[in-house]
Design a protein around this ligand. Structure first.
Ligand code: SF4
Length: 342
């Protein structure tokens, strides 16, 4: 949608974009010229998981197109409100690994910290859409407790900052956190999982680049991009800045029905990711979270799709197809099935 001037969007600070993301379904429907009969279900579904779409992301959608692959990722639907067997509140069993506020420790050598209670965008398929963020706030005291936890366990070499989106925290706070983490002798890497550079590319500002540059940990950023239409010149410029700062850049996607469940789409996504400096890393099967069953692509179809990518792309452009499983010691890899177009 090019009605909103890109120049104007670029002039707005990322915090302004974050605060002024569209959360009112009615306004969202008006802006995108969506059919009015879909509005009441959207209002109902957004009561349990709010609508949230920042302006730069909305600007990449096509008004009036109810099949737009970006729209489908954020549009609340009636299907979300209907319970489906097997789709649960905590599909990855994170509650049992949430040892203390803000900490999830499920894999060897890595600990996940939740440093933010929200995201810039609410993706309808999010496996943390029911996560108890309010019980996991890292105030000054809890942050110190998290550092004590990390200091005590010498097997931990990597800290992962994950959703709620860590880059929703302000630069001053991030800088302090990076410094505190860098002071722990056995930590080697800081990994940041984020969708913010994708949905508000202005987030990659000079203060963030400086904070990353001052950290003595190797920094890895894993973006979350599901469809080639999410990639535009603003995102490319943000990724280029991160690359120049020496960050290792990877992308993970979720396989989503009617959004990216076609080999042409996935192949184009890999090509476009690489063009802007991101290496395709993981292609996840949907986690069975309550409210998201309509996004599911079955395992066999996923394996054929992954096989089709193997058949047409160099190996470094093929993301690993994986499923997360509660209680498993790692993500479970799924074998691509070769030789069938799909
Ligand atoms: S954690 Fe990631 S997938 Fe979930 S709502 Fe936030 S940005 Fe979207």
């Amino acid at each position: 949608m090019q009605t909103k001037s890109l120049k104007l969007i670029n002039e707005m600070s990322w915090q302004h974009q974050l605060t002024n993301a569209i959360t009112d379904p009615k306004e969202f429907f008006e802006r995108l010229k969506l059919p009015s009969e879909l509005l009441p279900p959207a209002i109902l579904a957004s009561k349990s998981f709010a609508l949230r779409v920042p302006e730069p992301y909305l600007d990449r959608m096509e008004p009036g197109n109810i099949k737009d692959p970006l729209l489908l990722q954020v549009l609340p639907l009636l299907a979300e409100t209907q319970p489906v067997p097997g789709y649960v509140i905590d599909p990855l069993g994170e509650e049992s690994t949430n040892h203390q506020p803000g900490i999830i420790h499920k894999y060897h050598g890595r600990v996940l910290l939740i440093i933010s209670g929200g995201c810039a965008i609410n993706c309808r398929y999010c496996f943390r859409r029911h996560f108890p963020y309010s019980d996991n706030q890292l105030g000054t005291e809890e942050w110190q407790q998290a550092l004590d936890y990390l200091n005590r366990d010498h097997s931990i070499s990597e800290v992962i900052l994950s959703g709620g989106d860590p880059l929703a925290a302000n630069d001053k706070r991030l800088n302090k956190m990076f410094q505190d983490l860098g002071a722990i002798p056995h930590l080697k890497r800081l990994r940041i999982h984020t969708r913010l550079p994708v949905v508000i590319p202005q987030r990659v500002n000079s203060a963030l680049i400086e904070a990353i540059g001052q950290s003595n940990l190797q920094t890895v950023i894993v973006t979350h991009i599901n469809h080639p239409n999410e990639i535009d010149t603003e995102l490319a410029s943000a990724i280029s800045k991160l690359k120049q700062a020496g960050v290792t850049l990877l992308n993970q996607s979720v396989l989503l029905k009617d959004i990216n469940d076609h080999s042409d789409t996935l192949a184009m996504l890999s090509e476009k990711l690489f063009e802007i400096g991101l290496l395709p890393y993981y292609l996840h099967l949907l986690d069975p979270v309550a409210g998201a069953s309509h996004f599911n692509v079955d395992e066999n179809t996923a394996r054929y799709l992954a096989g089709s990518l193997c058949d047409r792309l160099p190996g470094y452009l093929v993301p690993k197809l994986v499923r997360e499983q509660a209680g498993a010691t790692a993500k479970v890899p799924l074998m691509p099935i070769l030789g069938k177009e799909c």
